[in-house]
Design a protein around this ligand. Structure first.
Ligand SMILES: C[S@@+](CC[C@H](N)C(=O)[O-])C[C@H]1O[C@@H](n2cnc3c(N)ncnc32)[C@H](O)[C@@H]1O
Length: 326
């Protein structure tokens, strides 16, 4: 009994550290936006401007990630003509819903999942800030919009507090918010799966492949983690009590793809962020590289070699999802 309670405390501490990664991501995004890397008029409502400056390598890395994920996401919306749903797993303070609405690209419904404490914070911000709450009300039609401290369900946007390791509950919550397994579905996970054990993330990928007939999964996270630089990244996070328990699947681009192909997905692609970054339009690169002076390119390259974008598809209705490329 005593040891069970010790284990539970250990798990709680670890989950708390994982939840803390949400703030890191939002702070980095807010900083990069304030320098002018990309536009996001909503991030300021979720996180304060960081006091310290962030290294340009970090902001350039975030820029490549936002562009890469955005490209794949828009290709999916185009193939499905927005007649689809998006499920953002471990969404943190992501502002994608508002940006898609501004661009007139909302799917039929956009769902976000995160731990209940993160969701409560997000909903608190939404409730208290009209630039966030107004677009939700505007896109809503039909029955009354449900918004309390722990969940939000409108006709186009739902935020669900759930643990991605508890799939039956997750599915039940999604269904309560009118998730429709027959609709083409885009699942996204940005720096999330690595915080789950291999067994838990495999179960999640398998569940998604089982429930949706037509789907795409975009996964952004670490790769090439078996080398020295990877070990430094692991040690850094460990010193903050944050274990990268899913690191095994982040050994290479091959292991990243394999996990999808082994668990019910028909196609899988993976590229490291060096490839994503160098493939960006020359004019964009020129613009962002003029924003801040970068001392040495080596660190930027090392960082980008250790992150990747992986996307997998299954496509019973022949929507052409397998053709989606960067
Ligand atoms: C590094 S943050 C990334 C947040 C967001 N995807 C982004 O890129 O800005 C990881 C997020 O995943 C969430 N997360 C990790 N494991 C989870 C789990 N088992 N269930 C629900 N959320 C989880 C964390 O709470 C956190 O918000």
């Amino acid at each position: 009994m005593a040891s069970a309670s010790r284990d539970l405390q250990g798990a709680d501490v670890f989950d708390e550290a994982v939840r803390g990664t949400c703030d890191d991501a939002s702070l980095c995004k807010r900083y990069a936006v304030s320098i002018g890397y990309w536009k996001d008029p909503y991030i300021e409502y979720f996180v304060r401007q960081p006091k310290e400056r962030k290294a340009p390598e970090i902001s350039r890395g975030y820029y490549a990630r936002v562009q890469g994920v955005g490209h794949l996401l828009k290709a999916f919306l185009q193939k499905t003509e927005c007649n689809c749903q998006i499920i953002n797993l471990g969404a943190g303070m992501d502002t994608l819903f508002w940006k898609l609405k501004d661009e007139n690209l909302l799917p039929r419904k956009y769902f976000e999942i995160d731990f209940p404490s993160i969701v409560t914070r997000k909903i608190h911000n939404i409730k208290s800030k009209p630039p966030l709450s107004k677009p939700i009300a505007e896109s809503h039609s039909g029955e009354s919009l449900l918004i309390d401290a722990h969940s939000l369900d409108s006709s186009r946007y739902a935020i669900i507090g759930a643990d991605l390791r508890e799939l039956p509950k997750l599915e039940e919550n999604l269904k309560k918010c009118n998730m429709d397994p027959r609709l083409p579905t885009l699942l996204m996970a940005e720096c999330v799966l690595i915080y789950m054990t291999r067994e838990h993330s495999a179960a999640l990928l398998k569940w998604a492949a089982g429930i949706f007939r037509d789907a795409m999964f975009i996964n952004y996270e670490q790769v090439n983690m078996a080398d020295r630089f990877g070990q430094i990244m692991i040690d850094n996070l460990q010193s903050r009590q944050c274990n990268l328990v899913g690191v095994e699947d982040c050994r290479s681009l091959e292991t990243q793809k394999e996990r999808f192909l082994l668990h019910g997905w028909e196609t899988a692609n993976a590229v490291d962020m060096v490839k994503v970054y160098t493939g960006l339009p020359a004019a964009d690169l020129k613009r962002i590289e003029a924003l801040e002076f970068l001392d040495e390119r080596e660190l930027l390259e090392q960082l980008m070699q250790h992150y990747c974008l992986c996307w997998a598809t299954k496509d019973s209705c022949h929507l052409g999802l397998a053709e989606i490329a960067l």
